[in-house]
Design a protein around this ligand. Sequence first.
Ligand code: NIG
Ligand code: FE
Length: 414
Amino acid sequence: MKILFKNIKGLLQTLSKTKTYLKGFEMKKLSQINNAYLLINNDEIIDFGKMNSCPKIEVDEVVDAKGKFILPTWCDSHTHIVYSGSREEEFVDRIAGSTYEEITKKGGGILNSAKKLKKTSFEQLYKESSKRLEEVMSLGTGAIEIKSGYGLDLLEEIKMLEVIDKLKKNYPASIQATFLAAHAIPSEYKNKKKKYVDQIVNEWIPIVSKKNLAKYIDVFCEKGYFEIKETRLIIEAGKRHGLIPKIHVNQFNSFGGVALCTKMDSLTIDHLEVLTNKDLEAIKKSNTMPVALPNCSFFLKIPYTPARKIIDQNIPLVLASDYNPGSAPSGNMNFVVSLACTKMGMSPEEAINAATINGAHAMGLSKELGSITKGKKANFIITKTIKSYSMIPYAFGSNLIEDVYIKGKSINIS
Ligand code: NIG
Ligand code: FE
């Protein structure tokens, strides 16, 4: 099935096959073809260019995109969308003055979600999670990473990973699973953290890997959660079993996590709200890509990841939503892009690059997604009629998306 999109006001993020991410200064430019066409065949982009060179061929459908922009779907490389219920009571507590850390100490936070998850059947968890996935797809997300981490025991973690697996089978969005048993210390292991870590390392990782339920390994590397030594053991075990590290680090404290993860060749390091010059130097010398999660900073009122400091050192940066019930109950990548501009000083070009091609790289998917490139998957957003693409971050409360195509098919928003 061939579809021709014609008269596109601006076709964005047209990259050559060899560009699998953009770093630092390269992020300033967002490639664009004005008055363009785009031709897809089934789930693949087969051609694009200026309207005056549009091929005169027979197609099955023509879509007139006059006045509209087409850009790749968002690649959201960090989420926790498989969870049960919500935690708005903690949100209300925080308004009244409690901090995220204080709420955690009182049994709230991740352990609260773990309690709810245990009481939720597989079917119900799948139903709640698919609703969230459908919502973010309608907001332009075409690829998404989803973590476990609210199970905190083997069977519950597997329940989460199997929900992710079922989502993968039933939805067109590209889904990548991450094993995050080291998200918090369950209360029954309160004074036996070593035992919990040993179990993850020696029993759970081998099983999850054997069942092929995850591609990535993650740890909440943070004071009071998992320290450097524990993080190292889990990354090493993950690697031994073929899981690639993507690590939560420096959300509240900088205490050596960045040095460890860069040295261990983690694909990404995520959060980095606290970032020292030493951390920055370590990132600069590595292949590890930093990921900023501005929804979390917005919602918890914590500092934003210093994007300018990172990009101005010619380092690549990724933007992701962190969609989860505690620190970021929204997976709206349009809002993430907007926050990156208003709160982190990124230009619209930098933000769109960070949320598309760089997001794809952060999930190991940039050979097939993240840009308008011949041979890549036909995943793109068609905007409403807008003046310029800067309207996307500018009009932060409005939905400027007219339609979303994932693997060549419209998800029919209206
Ligand atoms: O990325 N920081 C650790 N994990 C999540 C929050 C999880 C939760 O509060 O449920 C995050 O922000
Ligand atoms: Fe997270």
